[in-house]
Design a protein around this ligand. Structure first.
Ligand SMILES: Nc1ncnc2c1ncn2[C@@H]1O[C@H](COP(=O)(O)OP(=O)(O)OP(=O)(O)O)[C@@H](O)[C@H]1O
Length: 218
């Protein structure tokens, strides 16, 4: 992507598309894959299966991935003191959770979150890291790491801190393993398993908020 002299991306918002392979249900239904990717050009092509002679529609993004990328560009900014957010957007079952969490084996399929944790705790990096994990479901906020995950939390605004969630628990983490432990607790406390649940009018949104601040990690 275009970069300035400090090697930071020029734009503050980058849109990256990831395409997942067909799952077993789609294979059983004999669904055809209609999306192809050109990661080199950051392009994504949609083919019309009923008219293969027609040129595909193409769309250009900041990045296009058929495999997981890491969050290092974002984390580089965070460790320099900037705020950063990864916003995973897509219809249910499109692969948001998989992209963020991934699987530990094969290593190429590890998610953005564990890769980002490793980047924060990599050799020589000294940060105090606290993490929160919340879910927004039916316009209610729940703390996935709180004592009572069913308790509704309130969104507040502070003149200096900005927007924050009142009483959201923060957990100090010292290692990648601790981050993974709390991430797993958070995932298991989610309200519902949403993939392929067409009856949900309002799907839940899950936010993991690691907060590095300068200073020794005690
Ligand atoms: N890149 C991928 N490679 C292999 N399997 C994938 C990939 N992406 C997603 N999947 C699989 O597809 C299924 C749906 O993915 P996932 O649960 O991440 O979707 P989602 O967008 O988070 O859905 P929801 O909004 O319903 O929570 C899962 O079984 C997941 O393992």
């Amino acid at each position: 992507c275009p970069r300035n002299r400090t090697n930071r991306p020029k734009t503050t918002v980058r849109v990256v598309v990831r395409c997942r392979p067909s799952n077993s249900r789609e294979k059983e239904l004999s669904c055809r894959e209609v999306v192809t990717m050109d990661p080199g050009r950051g392009q994504c092509f949609i083919h019309k299966p009923t008219a293969p002679e027609q040129p595909p529609k193409h769309f250009t993004f900041d990045g296009v991935f058929s495999v997981i990328t890491d969050g290092c560009v974002l984390l580089q900014g965070v460790t320099e003191g900037y705020n950063g957010t990864i916003f995973a957007y897509g219809q249910t079952g499109s692969g948001k959770s998989f992209t963020m969490q991934g699987v530990s084996y094969p290593p190429s399929q590890r998610g953005v979150i564990p890769r980002a944790f490793e980047h924060i705790f990599e050799k020589n990096a000294k940060f105090l890291v606290r993490a929160s994990f919340l879910e927004i479901y039916n316009e209610e906020i729940h703390d996935l790491l709180g004592q009572d995950t069913k308790q509704k939390l309130e969104l507040k605004e502070h003149p200096e801190r900005g927007v924050y969630v009142k009483d959201l628990s923060m957990h100090t983490v010292h290692s990648v393993a601790e981050c993974e432990r709390i991430m797993n607790i958070g995932w298991s406390n989610r309200a519902v398993e949403t993939t392929y649940n067409p009856h949900l009018s309002s799907p839940p949104y899950t936010l993991l908020i690691p907060t590095p601040s300068s200073g020794e990690n005690p």
